[in-house]
Design a protein around this ligand. Structure first.
Ligand SMILES: NC(=O)c1ccc[n+]([C@@H]2O[C@H](COP(=O)([O-])OP(=O)(O)OC[C@H]3O[C@@H](n4cnc5c(N)ncnc54)[C@H](O)[C@@H]3O)[C@@H](O)[C@H]2O)c1
Length: 267
């Protein structure tokens, strides 16, 4: 049951592919809290995924956009403002894809052209979204922009490969652009660093299911699930977190503060 935390707010949600996607849960929670949303995803995901089902359930529109295409992003931002009849209060960037991981290229033998695509899709797209929104003065004062990230940006998780650098870049864009957004219209920009979560993107990482169990034991509260992540995103879009900006916020059941877990040592 909602608490009206997002009553009257308008938001764009990237990245709902199927009902496991973190963005799917965020979309459901935002609508439950009273928001009007536009869903978006890459045109190819429209065919593969189940986003139409979600849009019908939530009674909201979909505007397809490849997040690496400025033309698509302009169409998305302008189209959303038209549908909302005003500016945007919040944006969720929930996009990740590594070409080298998909093609099973080892980290010590990366294809650099593929790496450029990985960075473009997983990180530079975040800058492109923010730059396009700023050019069109699309964000309402005290709005909130969020992207989802992973702790491999700070620490080494060998199988995460080039996604580690993608996330480091993504988090840096949040800090750097966060300054400009704050000065322009008091908009905040943050990243949420989420626990391993069973989704299409998550399960693409080698050894994911073993690692999922390891992280679950390492985290005193256990892994944070997608539903809990959606709750956290709602708070970050609400007016209750207006002074939080340029932060990387760990949502991981305590994993990031642990050194040693006796539970794991016992095994
Ligand atoms: N699953 C995890 O373990 C985990 C942990 C921490 C952070 N994250 C991050 O959460 C975010 C969402 O991932 P998820 O786990 O829900 O998986 P997911 O596969 O459901 O979502 C990834 C989304 O990215 C979209 N996408 C890919 N290329 C795109 C493009 N060019 N333009 C627009 N959209 C594009 C896909 O269509 C998909 O909807 C990602 O940034 C991911 O790195 C995931």
């Amino acid at each position: 049951m909602g608490h009206g935390l997002l009553n009257g707010k308008n938001g764009i949600i990237f990245g709902a592919l199927d009902n496991k996607s973190i963005a799917w849960k965020v979309a459901e929670r935002c609508v439950e809290e009273g928001a009007n949303i536009v869903l978006t995803n890459a045109p190819v995901a429209m065919r593969l995924g189940e986003i139409n089902e979600l849009a019908a359930k939530l009674n909201c529109d979909i505007i397809p956009a490849d997040a690496t295409s400025i033309e698509d992003l302009e169409n998305l931002i302008l189209g959303s403002m038209e549908k909302f009849g005003g500016k945007i209060d919040f944006i969720l960037h929930s996009i990740g894809m590594s070409v080298n991981v998909r093609k099973k290229k080892d980290y010590t033998d990366l294809n650099y052209e593929w790496m450029k695509t990985t960075f473009d899709v997983s990180a530079i797209s975040f800058h492109k979204v923010m730059q396009t929104a700023m050019k069109h003065d699309a964000m309402k004062e005290w709005g909130s922009i969020l992207a989802l990230t992973y702790i491999a940006a700070q620490r080494t998780f060998p199988d995460y490969s080039e996604m580690a650098e993608s996330k480091a870049l993504l988090e840096s864009f949040a800090r750097s652009f966060g300054y400009h957004w704050a000065k322009k219209s008091k908009v905040r920009v943050n990243t949420i660093s989420q626990s391993p979560t069973v989704t299409t993107a998550g399960s693409g990482v080698k050894g994911f299911s073993d690692f999922f169990g390891y992280a679950d034991k390492m985290s005193p509260l256990g892994n944070a699930g997608a539903d809990a992540c959606a709750d956290y995103c709602v708070t970050m879009f609400s007016d209750l977190t207006r002074m939080v900006t340029m932060q990387n916020l760990f949502h991981d059941g305590g994993f990031s503060s642990m050194g040693m877990a006796p539970e794991l040592l016992e095994e």
